[in-house]
Design a protein around this ligand. Sequence first.
Ligand code: C5P
Length: 236
Amino acid sequence: MPSPRLVVALDVPDPARAASLVARLAPLDVLFKVGYEAFYGYGAAIGEVLATHGAGYALDLKLHDIPRTVEAAIRAVVRPGVRLLTVHALGGASMLEAAVRAAEERAAELSIAAPQVFAVTVLTSLGGEDLGELGLSGGPGENATRLAALARDARCAGVVCSVREVEELKSFFGAEFGTFCPGIRPSGSAHGDQKRAATPRDAREAGADYAVVGRPIVEDADPVGAARAILAELRG
Ligand code: C5P
């Protein structure tokens, strides 16, 4: 089983700091993750920095709108370097299908490999009570599995999930169904607001495809050292 790919979340407010992180970490062959903070704050600038370094990245925009709008958004952001895009499974089957189709069609027009589309099922910040308020019956686990099935049927490459869910998802949907896992904390580090953290070793043992790490790397005084230690644990 290949070891999980390390994904470094560029969750920093300052574009110069983000650029410096890319310059220092790109030689380690990590994937970067551009989320809300970087994309809305300085998306164009960081896109250029990533392109200069030939760095691959995930665009974690968690898109959720009518199919036509999501399709247009995806057409607007697909470019060389974008390896993965996220959408909300709660946008429904037609939206998920439109997202996958748009990623494939736009990539073909540009003669590049199509980014994988990954679906967020249930946000980890939502508990059973929150789901009830939203009119969803069943607990977070049940809803996450149902939404993962919807994503799989729409040809999404996988789901965003916790390391703890990887084995079950792979046994339901097959080893090829991808898992993009945030909430990774090296043993002994602060958990921040991640309530169900797992270690890089847990991610490897569970067979996660992507291990997403933000603060333990980007807030470390030595981000390269922190990333190397996590890579060593991911590779076993
Ligand atoms: O700093 P930390 O390692 O907690 O960063 C995790 C990253 O993964 C953040 O960019 C966060 O937005 C993202 N994420 C998450 N939980 C999810 C989905 C995405 O923490 N369920």
